[in-house]
Design a protein. Structure first.
Length: 118
């Protein structure tokens, strides 16, 4: 599967953005999807995930502010980000794997940059 992330940009603190990740192929429903981010000088970290059977997981740092969802007919997963903080600034990556709860994701998109100004 190939993944194309989009929707990043520059936003002020407290603002919102919605990221999208479009997947190729006809078996999107068989994939669990995840969002990760990597800030400058830091390691990549988990943000949110939605399994192929719609279980949802969030990092503690984004709970209550971010919402992950998927639109299977559109082969797309979304990350709605509200109440953004400067510390949310990072390159955001989407990922896919066939495991219900992946420990490692097999497929990665190219990343989209989110910059939150204070």
């Amino acid at each position: 599967v190939q993944l194309q992330a989009s929707g990043g940009g520059l936003v002020q603190a407290g603002g919102s953005l919605r990221l999208s990740c479009a997947a190729s192929g006809r078996t999107f429903t068989r994939y669990s999807m995840g969002w990760f981010r990597q800030a400058p000088g830091k390691e990549r970290e988990f943000v949110a995930a939605i399994s192929w059977n719609d279980n949802i997981y969030y990092a503690d740092s984004v709970k209550g502010r971010f919402t992950i969802s998927r639109d299977n007919p559109k082969n797309t997963v979304y990350l709605q980000m509200n109440s953004l903080k400067p510390e949310d600034t990072a390159v955001y990556y989407c990922a896919a794997d066939t495991a219900v709860v992946p420990t490692q994701y097999s497929y990665w998109g190219q990343g989209t940059l989110v910059t939150v100004s204070s």
